[in-house]
Design a protein around this ligand. Structure first.
Ligand code: 5AD
Length: 312
């Protein structure tokens, strides 16, 4: 792409938060566009979100999961992994430590684990909200029925992260077991929004079988959903999963996605994700933070457990 058309395409996104599919496809597939896209996204981030970076304390409460997403290291069928579930007191202690270190948002993330009972989550949320009322609680515990999302919301949970992973129906099927379906995931996002959660979603960049057109579907879906938070990261092949031998997602493409997400969703919170830092190192994380991202999620999972939370 010529420098001139690249600039006019970025300008279009910058001024209208939109562009035709071929324009977005052109930018996504052009490594030379990364720097300018990032610069434009950084400008929007500074104008709309300020220059400070928000911190969210991540607590990985369990690596047990009933599901079998083909890409995920903590999938149920991975029998090689030692499993853990933090107790109520361990979660609260981790959150209090995170609070003492300045965190004012906790993200409780885990697999879909029946041992983490609905009541346990409810009790933890209540305790966190009553002892640290100026902190926000974000849950990231997968697909649940409406009534459970409602109970947790009533207990005080403020936000919920649930990536849609990929919007394209056939691609979704190829990444997930037959027991899961995209419609239920989208239903969850709808329920969470209706219940007044600040919702976060997102997708994997470079997951097996992903086409450029799929990414464009993801970008359009996200803009329509208008979530408060958007988290994306490169696919990283995880040991002992069906995709262990696939190639990893591309760091540059992920950075272009982050930048385009910022241009299309100026007010969203966008983290520089752990997957990006794992694959591309601190340099990639820094580039994301100067290219549209405005959030980091340091881990406050107790060290023994942290060793076992291997999504990839
Ligand atoms: N590579 C990158 N990200 C992954 N996730 C799960 N497995 C992988 C992997 N192999 C992401 C999913 C999930 C989030 C918690 O972690 O997008 O939503």
């Amino acid at each position: 792409m010529s420098l001139q058309s690249r600039n006019s395409h970025i300008d279009l996104l910058l001024t209208t938060a939109d562009a035709p599919d071929p324009v977005i496809a052109g930018l996504l597939s052009d490594p030379d566009a990364t720097e300018e896209l990032s610069a434009a996204a950084h400008q929007v981030r500074i104008a709309r979100k300020g220059s400070h970076t928000k911190q969210r304390g991540l607590i990985e409460i369990t690596n047990r999961c009933l599901n079998n997403c083909l890409y995920c290291g903590i999938r149920a069928a991975n029998r090689t992994l030692e499993r853990y579930t933090l107790s109520h007191n361990e979660i609260v202690a981790a959150a209090k430590y995170a609070y003492s270190q300045g965190m004012r948002t906790f993200v409780l993330q885990g697999g879909e684990n029946p041992a983490v009972t609905d009541t346990m989550v409810t009790d933890v949320v209540r305790e966190l909200k009553s002892t640290m009322p100026d902190a926000a609680v974000t849950l990231s515990l997968g697909e649940r029925p409406y009534d459970i999302y409602r109970t947790w919301r009533e207990a005080g949970a403020d936000r919920y992260l649930l990536r849609h992973e990929t919007y394209n129906p056939a691609h979704y099927r190829s990444l997930h077991p037959a027991a899961m379906n995209r419609e239920n995931r989208l239903r969850c996002l709808e329920d969470l929004t209706a219940l007044g959660y600040r919702v976060g979603t997102g997708f994997l960049v470079g997951s097996p079988g992903q086409q450029l057109s799929h990414i464009i579907e993801d970008l359009r879906f996200i803009q329509l959903l208008n979530p408060g938070m958007i988290g994306i990261g490169p696919f990283i092949p995880a040991a002992n999963t069906p995709f262990a031998d696939h190639k990893a997602g591309d760091v540059g493409l992920t950075l272009r996605c982050v930048a385009i997400l910022r241009l299309m969703n100026p007010d969203a919170d966008i983290p520089a994700t752990t997957a990006l830092a794992t694959l591309g190192g601190p340099d990639a994380q820094q580039k994301a933070l100067c290219g549209g991202a405005n959030v980091v999620m340091p881990k406050f999972t107790p060290p023994e457990a942290r060793e076992l939370y291997h999504l990839y």
